[in-house]
Write a protein that binds this ligand. Structure first.
Ligand code: FAD
Ligand code: SIN
Length: 518
């Protein structure tokens, strides 16, 4: 029984889902987009700094590639990253064609600077409102083009029959009804899993649903030990965490600890523009050593008019919180920001389950390795969404080989009989305390045992919160198991008991279910 049948069923309406839907629609495919909140509820709308592309004078895709590989700490898939940087310009052109207005200066596109980029190469919109501009442009175009979008519709199962993904089962979060939509192909574009952590820049939708959907259907999950922490979030009691973009440091902002010491000078020659893992870890250590719950970001050498023009959203947000960035240093601290791991795909969006595809933050193409280069995420979504749709709907051409299953894929620790009912707050606290910027074997083992007890007692979901808790548990279990297994420090994964990078660990950890699945 089915409630509808489409050439492509897309789960998620951030940049990845909407861009893929629009591209497939252009190919004449029938497309359904299901999304668990309102159409524009997505991480995408919160993106600030912008989208990286080597389009400026003197820049080149190869320079962008070098920076991407250097940031990724030995785990970047070079072939995938080469595609990322070389296919950037036409994908930016697509976004412009879809109505995105990037900022310009002196008749040329304006380019910002972010950490670990060797040059200014970040296109932005509305100063610091790049994501909002993209999300609203794509969602309004998708509506105008007549793409079918079901809001408040949460995907809770990918149906696999005869070894292929055939359909998506959904739950209407308003009236509680269940439905099933068949797709010639299923595309997961559900974003990241930042909500695993007590402190995160991610919006409430980022609960790792797509990783859990894919894992439960038998697809492989890779690199989940690598969560990126952003060093500069404004964390105030009782209000959502708010990001202070790396682009602010790109414009010259400096970081000071509680003693007034510009500490980044002691950690890295690039100081505040060292790669994100380095700045987040240094900031975390300075806070611990000074006993403070924040450090201070200083851009007071810019005046209010300049700040209001370049960073209108951030400047206004800080003013509303009682901080005038032109006069006072901003208290900032690290927050979970980006899920580098996810559903393992090849460079055509294919997972290890036939007809199941994944694109965007939920996917792991290998371009980020152990530490994502700033503003490569929005770029990754459009480059690989484009290739996925080409793979599916372009007439002719070779069909690439799907990714082979990993022979030594791992399984999660078995449920050993001990049971305890989980709560989302408990999970977020556990992950923040034991699986965050710095981790060690003892804390990871504690977290793993607790997660196993919770997984054994997780209630059958009856509402959106229930489904999200179940998804978060799956993500947390994989992330913790992988972090416990990886006995080294690399990129965003810092083991205090194994502080060295180890050449024999230049490899990936892959998880695949042993129960059910494809
Ligand atoms: P999202 O935009 O998160 O969209 C996921 C969609 O899936 C949502 O519509 C959600 O409701 C839906 N969904 C989830 N689960 C389900 C389900 N079970 N059923 C149905 N629908 C579901 N990256 C950059 O490159 N540059 C930046 O400047 C930048 N700034 C950032 C600032 C912030 C504050 C944050 C949080 C992230 C930032 N990032 C940035 C990262 C980037 O925004 C994201 O990686 C990117 O937008 C992810 O896009 P996506 O389409 O994959 O996922
Ligand atoms: C930021 O603006 O600092 C976020 C950029 C990113 O996450 O790529």
């Amino acid at each position: 029984m089915t409630d509808g049948s489409f050439d492509l069923v897309v789960v998620g309406s951030g940049i990845a889902g909407l861009y893929a839907a629009l591209q497939a629609h252009e190919h004449g495919a029938s497309v359904l987009v299901v999304t668990k909140g309102a159409v524009d509820e997505a991480s995408t709308r919160h993106a600030q700094g912008g989208i990286a592309a080597a389009v400026g004078p003197g820049d080149s895709p190869d320079a962008h590639l070098d920076d991407t590989i250097a940031a990724g700490a030995g785990l970047v898939d070079e072939a995938a990253a080469r595609i990322l940087v070389h296919e950037a310009a036409p994908r930016i052109a697509d976004l412009v064609r879809y109505g995105v207005h990037f900022d310009a200066a002196d008749g040329a596109v304006a380019l910002g600077r972010e950490a670990a980029h060797s040059t200014a190469r970040i296109l932005h919109a509305g100063g610091d409102s790049t994501g909002l501009e993209i999300e609203l442009s794509l969602s309004s175009l998708a509506r105008r083009e007549g793409v079918t979008i079901l809001e408040h519709t949460l995907a809770n199962r990918v149906v696999v029959e005869d070894g292929r993904a055939r359909a998506v089962e959904v739950f209407d979060t308003v009236d509680g009804r269940h439905a099933r939509y068949e797709g010639g192909h299923i595309l997961i574009a559900t974003g990241g899993a930042g909500q695993m952590y007590r402190v995160t820049t991610n919006p409430p939708i980022s609960t790792g649903d797509g990783v859990a959907l894919a894992y439960d259907s038998g697809a492989e999950i890779i690199d989940m030990e690598f969560t990126q922490f952003h060093p500069t979030a404004l964390v105030l009691p009782g209000v959502p965490v708010f990001l202070i973009s790396e682009a602010v440091r790109g414009e010259g902002a400096r970081l000071f600890n509680a003693h007034g010491d510009r500490y980044m000078l002691r950690y890295d020659d690039r100081a505040e523009l060292a790669s994100r893992d380095v700045v987040a870890r240094a900031t975390h250590r300075e806070m611990r050593e000074t006993g403070a719950d924040h450090v201070l970001l200083d851009i007071t050498d810019r005046d209010g008019a300049w700040l209001a023009a370049r960073f209108p959203q951030i400047y206004r947000h800080c003013l509303d919180a009682g901080i005038d960035m032109a006069r006072a240093r901003v208290p900032v601290s690290p927050a979970a920001h980006y899920t580098m791991g996810g559903v393992r795909t090849n460079t055509w969006g294919e997972t290890t389950v036939p007809d199941l595809f994944a694109v965007g933050e939920v996917a792991c193409t290998g371009v980020h390795g152990a530490n994502r280069l700033a503003s490569n995420s929005l770029l990754e979504t459009v480059v690989f969404a484009h290739r996925t749709v080409e793979r599916l709907f372009r007439a002719g051409g070779d069909v690439p080989a799907p990714p082979a299953r990993t022979p030594d894929a791992r399984a999660l620790p078995p449920l050993d009989g001990e049971r305890e009912v989980p709560t989302v707050e408990g999970l977020k606290r556990l992950m923040w305390d034991h699986v965050a910027i710095e981790r060690a074997g003892k804390g990871l083992a504690t977290a793993s045992a607790q997660l196993t007890r919770w997984a054994a007692a997780v209630p059958t979901p009856r509402d959106r919160a229930g489904y999200e808790l179940r998804a978060l548990l799956t993500c947390a279990r994989i992330a913790t198991a992988a972090a416990l297994t990886r006995e080294e420090s690399r990129g965003a994964h810092c083991r205090t008991d194994f502080p060295e990078l180890r050449e024999d660990w230049r490899r990936h950890l892959v998880y695949r279910t042993t129960e059910g699945g494809a």
